[in-house]
Design a protein around this ligand. Sequence first.
Ligand SMILES: Nc1ncnc2c1ncn2[C@@H]1O[C@H](COP(=O)(O)OP(=O)(O)OP(=O)(O)O)[C@@H](O)[C@H]1O
Length: 356
Amino acid sequence: MITKEQVLHALSHVEEPDLKKDLVTLNMIEDILIEGNHLIFTVILTTPACPLKGFIENACRNAISHFISPDVAVEVKMTSRVTTQKNQPLNNISNIIVVASGKGGVGKSTVASNIALGLARKGARVGLIDADIYGPSIPIMFGVEDAKPEAKASPEGKTRIQPIEKYGIKLLSIGFFTDPEQPIPWRGPMASNAVKQLFNDADWGELDYLIVDLPPGTGDIHITLTQTYPVAGAVIVTTPQKVALSDTKKGIGMFMMNAINVPILGIVENMSYFSPAELPDNKYYIFGKGGGKSLAEKLNVPFLGEIPLVQSISEAGDGGEPIIMQTDHPIALAFLQVAERVAQQVAIQNAKPVSV
Ligand SMILES: Nc1ncnc2c1ncn2[C@@H]1O[C@H](COP(=O)(O)OP(=O)(O)OP(=O)(O)O)[C@@H](O)[C@H]1O
């Protein structure tokens, strides 16, 4: 007869590879059920987008086989409880992730949209804020240019903006509140206050991840936002060009400054190479090769992946349905992998001891 103690002992030999502690110490094992030779238990992951799901399941099976018996019929159930960032800034929002770039036009909004949808595809509750006051492009990318978010009174009597729901996520863009034909000469405090309203005055409900598409560069909005709302971390988007990489370095430098102190979740290299639709196996490194990866190595931050320059990405964005919605498209799978790595890095940051 197998006992619960035997099971816990066996699983105490399985290490969570990122958190470097065993599953039992991390309280990741629940609902152990033993019926004769049949064993069922649940592993509680730190995110539904965990890229190590399969690895952890195998390690559990091996541990039961090794420490109890290879004859046990094991059923491993996987579920998740998303961990919350330190200094949770807003009730009900577990993690704020900012997406930034040193330079404009490198595909920051494309990457932010696909990460948000990738996390949702994995089962997370996701919100997306388009804080790019200079060129809010999320409404076009989601096909909701004409949306007008409603304001509703909350039970406490406060008026709250209702985010637009599309493709299973909630979104708000500064573009919903401005006239696309009229340029707005934003003054620093005015822009920051407008963006803050998207955080404070919106009815986000409960979210595992709130993704924020920041304006390009290093400006007032970045400083105000990160000082008003502590964030779980920043995803930095770059292209392999020398000029982009140099600005990326500055952008990362800003987040690492003592006064700002935002963890860098990693670098995504966009437009890594060009692949023509008719020759998808051909790769042309028109902007240089491997710059994003080597910058990540140099700065000792994670490299989250590379996304090629392909027509279907811009067609999907312009068509109001980000490419990740084409479930089996190879680029959708590449974005899904980036989203998983982002979630993984958030979980790693959340597990770090609070620095004093
Ligand atoms: N990998 C890619 N392949 C093809 N087109 C892309 C790719 N990434 C982005 N684009 C296209 O490039 C244009 C700019 O992308 P996007 O708006 O995401 O950049 P951005 O960095 O957010 O720009 P901004 O600085 O204006 O905020 C869009 O038309 C988008 O569809």
